[in-house]
Design a protein around this ligand. Structure first.
Ligand code: SF4
Length: 336
């Protein structure tokens, strides 16, 4: 393991010229598995209420901001719009909304089931930490993914980022989902005080827990949060992490999130080896993103159409839904 860890740290130290070689190798690895296919995920952030106080987050409960909780009719409407526009998956995300967490998970489960059946599209559920009984319900409707990010695998740093939350309960929830045949997405933040050693540990840990979608996002400071004065990092670290994850886990799904730099950041992330465009949101829908909640949304920069033109300009294309479904089905049966 030390050999892999040292290799990761060496890659993380690469300068611009060396990084270009790293990115080229990552693209080659992606091509070997996915040919020119890229996946597109529609993002439906249906409740911005949260019971938690993560220090990096705009939606932490203490922040005095406008919040919304969309009803199922509105959620279905945007999901249909996204599917009609060509996304391969609907990601149903919320903060840890106390209403859902106390009494209304059945509403989310009914909705996800309806989206899967009526729109014939895979779903990812991202509702925060939930109890095992709820995960059993996710499994009953054959939910495809459960996304739950540690953000770091350094426990001390975790305590600083996810204030008053349990590292182990969070980890256990996703491990339990995996035993129920639900694919899991794990993720880290770059630029929150971590070292290269921490990043290497995280990259190894994400593989060890059996996550099949691996996400890295650069930290973006949020108004009103305890970390609002932190600087957003240079993007080179995020790009190198994407490339390293691709080289070590060629079959992984690795997001290029529109939520950090909007549409202008897509090309660099795809060139580093990412293969999933996340945070696609229709314009003027009344729904927002997370890290850069409104960037490019109403201007139409986060549509499949915009994404497709960039994807195509790189000689890539957005995969059809049958290819995506077959690929994630095959992922369940193997280790990365
Ligand atoms: S990161 Fe998620 S759990 Fe933490 S405060 Fe933000 S919305 Fe809530």
């Amino acid at each position: 393991m030390d050999i892999i860890k040292n290799q990761i740290k060496e890659w993380l130290s690469y300068d611009e010229k060396e990084s270009k070689r790293l990115f080229a190798l990552a693209r080659e690895k992606r091509k070997q598995v996915f040919k020119n296919n890229i996946f597109a995920y529609g993002f439906v952030y249906f409740s911005t209420f949260c019971r938690n106080s993560c220090n990096f987050c705009y939606y932490r409960k203490e922040n005095q901001i406008d919040r919304y909780r969309k009803d199922n009719a509105e959620i279905l409407k945007i999901a249909k719009e996204l599917v009609d526009s060509g996304v391969n998956l609907i990601d149903l995300t919320m903060g840890e909304d106390p209403v859902y967490h106390k009494e209304y998970f059945s509403g989310l489960i009914t909705l996800a089931d309806k989206i899967k059946k009526d729109l014939d599209v895979p779903v990812m559920l991202s509702p925060g930490v939930v109890e095992e009984g709820i995960i059993d319900e996710f499994a009953k409707i054959d939910a495809d993914w459960y996304a739950l990010y540690q953000e770091t695998h350094n426990r001390k740093l975790f305590e600083r980022l996810r204030k008053n939350q349990s590292y182990d309960i969070r980890m256990q929830a996703k491990l339990y989902a995996k035993t129920k045949d639900i694919l899991i997405e794990e993720g880290i933040l770059s630029g929150v005080g971590e070292t290269d050693e921490d990043i290497a540990d995280s990259i190894i840990a994400m593989g060890e827990i059996g996550a099949k979608q691996l996400r890295v996002m650069s930290f973006v400071p949020q108004d009103g949060s305890p970390m609002e004065a932190f600087e957003t990092p240079d993007r080179s670290k995020e790009l190198k992490i994407i490339a390293i994850m691709r080289i070590l886990y060629p079959e992984a799904l690795i997001p290029a999130s529109l939520d950090v730099d909007g549409i202008s950041g897509l090309k660099a992330r795809l060139n580093a080896g990412a293969n999933v465009v996340t945070s696609i949101i229709p314009p003027k829908s009344g729904f927002v993103g997370v890290a850069n909640e409104t960037l490019d949304v109403d201007e139409g920069g986060r549509t499949v159409e915009e994404v497709r033109s960039i994807v195509n300009s790189l000689g890539l294309e957005i995969a059809d839904n049958d290819y995506y479904k077959a690929f994630i089905h095959s992922l369940k049966a193997k280790d990365l």
